[in-house]
Design a protein around this ligand. Sequence first.
Ligand code: MN
Length: 286
Amino acid sequence: MKRVLGVYDAADPHWIGDGFPVVSLFSYQRHGARVSPFLQLDYAGPHEFAPAATPRGIAAHPHRGIETVTFCVQGGIAHRDSAGQGGLLLPGDVQWMTAGAGLLHEELHSPAFTQRGGTLEALQLWINLPAALKWTAPAYQPIAGANIPCIEIPGGRLRLVAGDCDAVRAPARPRTPMAVWELVLEGGEPFEWRMPEGWSALLVALHGAAALADGTRLGARQTAIFEREGNVVRIAAAPRLHALLLSGEPIDEALAGRGPFVMNTPAELEQAFADAAAGRFGRMPD
Ligand code: MN
């Protein structure tokens, strides 16, 4: 059984643009290599927005060296990037974006959500790319909620975004071995979370609470980080839990990250800021 290294509260509430009031559920700056290959998870809302004439959100900005995975829980998000791609995320949808060598993108409330207002709730997970893939071409995997398989388990269900479970295939194609699952437990049944030996594991409670087999308790907006040794996490009882289960093969490389860039060396990080200032991340479509 994997040992818990710690249970951590959400931190650093701040706005991303004028559209996403977020808290940081975990980050590589706070937790270091224990969260690798994951970098950070921002949780936006739930927040009520009044109807508006112009979409709120964050204007065009660059990323390099990472993947960003956006989950729309409530509301609607519209996305466009400098590679000419774009899309709409509705509740249940996920967007898996590989920034790789770099792109510009904007993330806004969808036109329909802007017009009618309402509750926005979303998550954005950042995943590291190993040095060999940091310069890969940008790519975009839109994953409709309807295409995310949902496995019935005792007392709840498991939604597979990335990483197969038993014989069920998840739709996302991650660049390194990992699993990104959503867990809902409603019946107080125990749940056994299995993964390959040596992987990092993070149990992120979004709503509700959980008790682990070793007695550790976890409440809403808390993250449990586990040691790499071992291959199973046991949830003893969770009368009501909505959680994200993140597990993956660690990428043990030096990190130099700030703002929207995560590279391996300070020189590469400075280059990213210089390239952004010089307009070398491309242009947004008109
Ligand atoms: Mn972004």
